[in-house]
Design a protein around this ligand. Sequence first.
Ligand code: HEC
Ligand code: HEC
Ligand code: HEC
Ligand code: HEC
Ligand code: HEC
Ligand code: HEC
Ligand code: HEC
Length: 321
Amino acid sequence: MTGFIAKSTIIGVMSLWMIVSATASNPEEDEIVFENAGFNHKCFNCHGQKTYHYFNQSTEKEVKDRMNPYFVIDSVAFYQSNHRNFMCTDCHSSDYENFPHNGELRMEPQFTCMDCHGGDPTFAQYQFERIEEEFQQSVHSTKHSNDFTCWMCHNPHTYKINARNNLNINEVIIYDNNICLSCHADINKYQLLSDQTNPNVLVTHDWLPNQALHFSKVRCIECHTEIDKEMLIAHKVQVKEKAVKRCVECHSQNSLLMATLYKFQTVEKRNKLGFFNAAILSDHYIIGANRNYYLNVASLIIFGLTLLGITIHAIIRIMSK
Ligand code: HEC
Ligand code: HEC
Ligand code: HEC
Ligand code: HEC
Ligand code: HEC
Ligand code: HEC
Ligand code: HEC
């Protein structure tokens, strides 16, 4: 009898553990086939490395030269990006197949995201139209009009969706923050748009205690965009006066992080488990926002065991009748 209960207890604990651990694992990625890798290889021959070769017809010599570092494209990152199935010439003129490239090509207008994604039902879940609207009201757009494009945050050769499909929140935070830091920590890119000397974000945020920890646990957009319940990623970056500064906005039971950083996780976990509560924040302990993770698990286990005990008890009683 006790042996039986002990066994059931172990099974009970194990299945609970399996539920808990299953929710923590990442979904397997599909195997990817790159239709246009053969064609793109011609471009990567030069644009994939620091140096390149060409045959100079006039001198009839093979020439080796250095590639402009800004024109080097990381092929690994390209083939992980959203547009990995593209030919380079889907976005660039096919005249680029000739070298030396025709000088007028650099005047060529670029596609915008909306040229391809606007009004396309295939991508409805991303709400491109609404993103564009928010972006146009953002401080970047209002201060720099058309010079500030979507490409400035979404690198055409590396941009890949993260928050929507990556369950590793730390990776999402690093990815998203690097988008902002690509300017706010790089004076060369920043000054493409502004003559100001870039204020150092480490200095302008010195009021935030334990800054390094905060910057690795929350994203810039948590504090700098207007929360939009309908959107996974709010795009309206506001003036600095409107940024979140009060600690309780995050360090409280109804933390704003539930509507921003943890939004995707909340939806996912609710779909999978049919409930949502402390489990959402189980991997993240934020003072004031959640109770102790181990206490939560312990209470879950105790609850499970009690239920199990009652069931076994009932079964035994029915059987012995
Ligand atoms: C033989 C080497 C070589 C090959 C092959 C090559 N490029 Fe280039 N590309 C260069 C060099 C060098 C530059 C910078 C100087 C210039 O603009 O000519 C450049 C510049 C560019 C630029 C930037 C132009 C600007 O000024 O903004 C683009 C875009 C580009 N290449 C696209 C392509 C594409 C697409 C392919 C493949 C179809 C390709 N290149 C193949 C060497 C090459
Ligand atoms: C989804 C569209 C898209 C694809 C696919 C694409 N590019 Fe680009 N590329 C752009 C845009 C847009 C710019 C201009 C970026 C800017 O001005 O900030 C650009 C700029 C460049 C530049 C100039 C450097 C720079 O960053 O401004 C080079 C070189 C280049 N592309 C080469 C390539 C090569 C080689 C491939 C294929 C491996 C490729 N591109 C595929 C959209 C694309
Ligand atoms: C030249 C047309 C073109 C341009 C320009 C373009 N896209 Fe795309 N994009 C596509 C196509 C087509 C796909 C689907 C690719 C596939 O399924 O392999 C795609 C895929 C995506 C995806 C992934 C969708 C998914 O479900 O996997 C996102 C996100 C995305 N694009 C965002 C952008 C953003 C943001 C911009 C501008 C910065 C942009 N795109 C510019 C044509 C374009
Ligand atoms: C100031 C920087 C910035 C600008 C400008 C910007 N974005 Fe984004 N965008 C982001 C960040 C950060 C993310 C989150 C990336 C992730 O984790 O997937 C994002 C995500 C997205 C997504 C994926 C949303 C989802 O639900 O998965 C789309 C689509 C997108 N942006 C489109 C656009 C378009 C279109 C524009 C121009 C009208 C634009 N973005 C301009 C920073 C920017
Ligand atoms: C915890 C909330 C929070 C986070 C996270 C945060 N910021 Fe801020 N940020 C603020 C506040 C509040 C201000 C206004 C500070 C002031 O005026 O004293 C500000 C100011 C700024 C300014 C204007 C500074 C100036 O003096 O011109 C920039 C630019 C900025 N932040 C960028 C970023 C970037 C990039 C990140 C991500 C690496 C980030 N912020 C993360 C809250 C935050
Ligand atoms: C392409 C470069 C670039 C990128 C990427 C970028 N910014 Fe900026 N940002 C700027 C420039 C330039 C300004 C200065 C605007 C001005 O005052 O002229 C600015 C200003 C700001 C300000 C201050 C507004 C004020 O009131 O002074 C904040 C806050 C800010 N950015 C947040 C962000 C966040 C958050 C991200 C990432 C989602 C981001 N930025 C990405 C270039 C960039
Ligand atoms: C945008 C949301 C947000 C805001 C605003 C915010 N915090 Fe935090 N804070 C966090 C997150 C997330 C963590 C990290 C929790 C973790 O370790 O996973 C954190 C961690 C901390 C820690 C470190 C706890 C430890 O384990 O060492 C302290 C202390 C702290 N915050 C104090 C503050 C104070 C004081 C303010 C106001 C000036 C503030 N925070 C504003 C989100 C925020």
